[in-house]
Design a protein around this ligand. Structure first.
Ligand code: ADP
Ligand code: MG
Length: 247
């Protein structure tokens, strides 16, 4: 059995006039926290969108191999069925709806033809417990802060039985306490067997949490660092990101 949950091989993605990804290779080990870093426009989000089916099979070149099987996702639902859930920086929650409605939106719990609201609330409470969020699930999402909204998104991912959780700059809009809380939770999820890909600009955060780091520059993989084998520092990462020595 391979150590890798994910291998993306020779991924190329072209937009009109832009080669966003140029033969990218990207491998993630089972159960690790893998940080994906690179300057703005280096292709991080595009790579994750290829992985999650936002750009469907046929609209990119290369192979996505999940648990040793080639995947041909045609939409986000396909990748979610395979256990891949992405949380974007722009949160996808519906502010006017309650926390429990949001958690099960799109994959409602049904009794016969109807939504089983009692069960939905019970299950939502279970998921909130897993993300260590003590809150009444009947509160509307618009009435909680962005840090807690982030946790609700993760609760939603857990309700979909996530195996590979992708977080695209999750702490960009969070204050220090909420960021720390989120990083702690990612480590807890790792203990429960969830593999995580974390995109972040905050290199201190990357160093504190990463098992591996991949650096993209101009749509190309520059390097992958195994943090057990090589000591990572901010200056090492920045050097790879920008491609030259820095002061
Ligand atoms: P990052 O997430 O690392 O900041 P992106 O993956 O968003 O980078 O972007 C990589 C490159 O692809 C950039 O040059 C960006 O302008 C371009 N790009 C991203 N999405 C699109 C799109 N939908 N249409 C055209 N160009 C895009
Ligand atoms: Mg991005």
């Amino acid at each position: 059995m391979s150590d890798y949950i994910l291998e993306m091989r020779n991924i190329t993605k072209v937009f009109p006039g832009v080669k966003a990804l140029d033969n990218v290779n990207f491998k993630v080990k089972k159960g690790e926290i893998h940080c994906l870093v690179g300057e703005n426009g280096s292709g991080k989000s595009t790579l994750m969108k290829v992985l999650s089916g936002v750009y469907p099979y046929g609209e990119y070149k290369g192979d996505i191999i999940l648990n040793e099987q080639i995947q041909k996702f045609t939409c986000i639902t396909d990748s979610e069925k395979a256990g891949i859930v992405t949380i974007y920086q722009e949160l996808a929650l519906i502010p006017e709806m309650t926390i429990y409605e949001n958690i099960f939106l799109g994959h409602e719990i049904k009794k016969g033809r109807f939504i089983d609201w009692n069960e939905t609330v019970i299950k939502a409470e279970e998921m909130l417990k897993k993300v260590k969020l003590k809150i009444n699930p009947s509160i509307k999402v618009k009435d909680i802060g962005v840090g807690r909204q982030q946790l609700v998104e993760i609760a939603k991912a857990l309700s979909k039985n996530v195996k590979l959780l992708i977080l695209d700059e999750p702490t960009a809009a969070l204050n220090e306490d909420d960021s720390e809380n989120l990083l702690y939770l990612i480590k807890e999820l790792k203990k429960q067997g969830v593999t995580c890909i974390l995109i972040s600009h905050k290199l201190k955060e990357v160093i504190s949490i990463a098992d591996s780091v991949t650096v993209l520059r101009d749509g190309k993989t520059i390097c992958s660092i195994d943090c057990d084998k090589e000591k990572i520092t901010e200056s090492l990462i920045i050097r790879h990101m920008v491609g030259r020595e820095i002061d």
